[in-house]
Design a protein around this ligand. Structure first.
Ligand code: SF4
Length: 266
């Protein structure tokens, strides 16, 4: 068996009788417990000793964080299934395509079906799908005010502001220092909108990671005797569309994606 952290791969090697003798309700639950490290394959009495050893040797245990994220995603998908998606689309600046809601994130369309499954021509991952589904479920649909505030001024932002500065703003600043073409790319690839005369920045671009959740990036270039500077601002309504942890995750995830793209192109 090749190394795996996928419960379904482990499930295939189990008896699949759901007998419950491992004190779990099903073989699938046992497989999930094995990948999280909560159970050992040898705890299934019906698995041959050599098969149990083979599984033990090839399981890549998932981090608790990864498991929590998957569970969070499943809960959101279950909640989506019981929601009125057309009403949510009308409230949140999304549109309908047949049975699916289309949400435009960074200029690209993401399709959400009745089961909360998210598809797109772009790569999808928990870092985007969790904020996107939360937005559909929890945003109150407030319209933008045009009043920009830093992360620390959003509800719950103060305690996380140092981390946001390190993981979001400083990283993006370093990237902009190394790649002067970054802001042109943000406009061309991600539908960024260049702003003039904003906070006296040398460059200011608005990105839309979610329809009612714009992000304003302001960059001041490196001068002879002055360090460069970069700040990220949010509309003051941002925390009414998404919880502060997800705003953090969405923004930092976006910065990490820009880093990866920059690495690929150098
Ligand atoms: S004891 Fe084995 S066969 Fe029975 S439910 Fe657990 S994993 Fe499945």
């Amino acid at each position: 068996m090749p190394p795996t952290k996928n419960p379904l791969q482990i499930y295939k090697h189990l008896p699949r009788t759901n007998c419950g003798e491992c004190y779990l309700p099903s073989c699938l639950a046992f497989a999930a417990a094995v990948t999280s490290g909560a159970k050992n394959p040898a705890e299934c009495p019906y698995l041959r000793a050599d098969a149990a050893r083979d599984l033990t040797d090839n399981i890549i245990k998932r981090e608790p964080y990864e498991i929590q994220r998957e569970e969070h995603l499943i809960r959101l998908q279950q909640a989506i299934a019981s929601r009125d998606l057309p009403a949510a689309a009308a409230r949140l600046g999304a549109r309908l395509a047949g049975e699916k809601v289309v949400v435009t994130c960074l200029g690209k369309d993401f399709f959400v079906d009745r089961q909360g499954k998210v598809t797109s021509e772009c790569h999808t991952h928990c870092g985007l799908t969790i904020p996107l589904l939360s937005y559909l479920l929890n945003s109150n649909g407030d319209v933008l005010t045009g009043r920009w505030v830093p992360f620390r001024e959003l509800r719950g932002g103060q305690p996380m502001s140092g981390l946001f500065e390190q993981r979001g703003e400083k990283r993006l600043q370093r990237l902009a220092d190394r790649h002067p073409e970054l802001f042109d790319d943000l406009v061309a690839i991600f539908g960024g909108m260049e702003q003039k005369n904003t906070f006296a920045a040398d460059t200011a671009v608005i990105l839309m990671p979610l329809p009612r959740l714009p992000v304003l990036i302001c960059y001041w270039r490196l001068e002879e005797d002055l360090d460069s500077k970069l700040n990220i601002f949010f509309d003051i309504t941002a925390d009414r569309h998404l919880g502060i942890e997800l705003i953090f995750e969405l923004t930092v995830g976006m910065v990490m994606m820009f880093e990866k793209i920059a690495i690929k192109h150098t």
